[in-house]
Each structure stands twice: as C-alpha cells, then as structure tokens.
Design a protein around this ligand. Structure first.
Ligand SMILES: Cc1cc2nc3c(=O)[nH]c(=O)nc-3n(C[C@H](O)[C@H](O)[C@H](O)COP(=O)(O)O)c2cc1C
Length: 221
C-alpha cells in the first residue's frame, strides 16, 4: 500500500473477526515498525504480544475490574481534557454511540461499550508497548508515538486493523502479572490488532480533522 494511501485510510478499528493473527505476521510487522526513528536511536520500546487463551484471561480480568469500578492503576493516565479537546472527545463518543445505536439515556449500554474497550474490543491480538520508567519522558514518548503509528500503518499491509487504546492498559497490574513486567517499566500503549469486521457499526467511523491551514503557520512561501 502506498504511504499516503495508508495514512489516509488508517482508522481505529473496534470490532474484529475471530480469526487469529499468525505470530509470523505480528513478527513481520514489528520488524518493519522498529525502523521507526527515536531520539539518539535510544529505541526506548519493548513489546508484550498476547493472543489466544492468555489474552482471553487478561481481557476477562481487565473487564471484571472495570465492571467492578476498580480504580485504574496505570500511572500513564492523563488529566481530564478541557475546552476544545473535551469537545472533540465528546463529539467522538457521540458519533460512536450513534453508529452503535446507543442512546444518551441508555447508561447500561454506554457502560457495556466502555467495558468492551477494557476487554480489548475482543481483538484476537494485543500489542503492549512498554518502556523503562527511567527513560526521558518527553523525548522518548515522541519515539514511542511514532512507533505506534508505524505499527498501525504496517498492519494495513497485512489486511489488519488496529486501535491504539489506553483502556487496554489502564489495569496495568493485570499485564504485569501475566507477562512478568517489573515496576521499573511503564506500560505506555496498547494496540488491539486483528482482521476488521466489516459489519461492526463503529468501524464505519471516519473521524474529522481540523483543516491544515487552520493549524499551520506558513513562513517563506
Ligand atoms: C494514545 C491514544 C489512546 C487512545 N485510547 C483509546 C481508548 O482508550 N479507547 C478507544 O476506543 N480509542 C482510543 N484511541 C483511539 C482514538 O479515539 C482515535 O485515534 C481518534 O478518535 C481518531 O480516530 P481514528 O484513529 O479513527 O483516526 C486512542 C488513540 C491514541 C493515539
């Protein structure tokens, strides 16, 4: 797939077919994605890749913690958004709920939707990106952000869809337990991976963007 086409067609996929993603495919896309640049070539990333019964156990535990209103433990969590950012977040949720046929009043269905995120969207594979806690936060986060996008773009080449999601790693203690991740490492991003279910309503979502000219200062042209 052409790069520009990949950039323009990638979108978050939140409904997957049950088909497993072969280990060799994940391996190949990670091999490509680790060509991502990082500050001073520090390569501040490490992966946990889960599938099959191991992933099902993790999704069940995370889902149960969410259903029990257990407070998330991951210290990567952000402050609540404000202003225009909050508005965009609300617009996104409203659009997903509209596509899923979930009304504003239906608190139960909304909670079920949230719970689905904590259950990693029932994806057949999850990639968790971790980094040493001692790495320089801002510099290395840029590299890890770029790496996540590389994974999402590389996935398209294999017909796979992705959703980068905080929800999947908010209960980091579950991942730590199953994957033996020590406290010296942070869980930075979760990427759900699988073959997109074309009939899943939320997969139809194409999110809006501000026009380039509104967010760009051009100099010297
Ligand atoms: C760092 C990060 C965290 C995200 N966390 C979640 C999440 O927890 N749940 C979710 O459904 N989507 C999550 N997303 C997906 C965003 O909602 C999505 O990227 C955004 O709405 C733009 O839509 P698009 O990816 O379809 O272009 C996350 C994306 C990023 C980059």
């Amino acid at each position: 797939m052409e790069v520009i086409e990949a950039l323009k067609t990638r979108k978050s996929i939140r409904g997957f077919k049950k088909d497993p993603v072969p280990k060799a495919t994940v391996q190949a896309l990670l091999e490509a994605a680790i060509r991502t640049p990082s500050g001073m070539n520090t390569q501040p990333w490490e992966f946990v890749v889960a599938s099959g019964p191991a992933l099902d156990q993790i999704r069940e535990e995370c889902g149960r913690l969410f259903d029990a209103a257990s407070f998330p433990t991951n210290d990567m969590l952000r402050k609540p958004y404000e202003g225009v950012y909050r508005q965009r977040q609300v617009d996104l949720a409203m659009e997903i709920f509209r596509l899923m046929g979930i009304t504003r009043e239906d608190k139960e269905a909304r909670k079920k939707w949230m719970s689905r995120g904590f259950r990693l969207f029932d994806a057949p594979c999850e990639i968790v990106v971790c980094a040493e806690r001692e790495m320089e936060f801002h510099l290395d986060m840029l590299g890890i952000g770029a790496l996540c996008q590389s994974i999402c773009l590389a996935a398209l080449e294999y017909g796979l869809g992705t959703c980068i999601a905080d929800q999947g790693i908010m209960y980091d203690q579950v991942w730590r337990k199953y994957a033996g991740i020590p406290d010296s490492k942070r869980l930075i991003a979760g990427i759900s991976l699988g073959f997109p279910d074309p009939d899943f309503p939320a997969n139809k979502l194409v999110t809006p963007r501000e026009p380039v000219d509104k967010i760009t200062t051009w100099l010297g042209f």
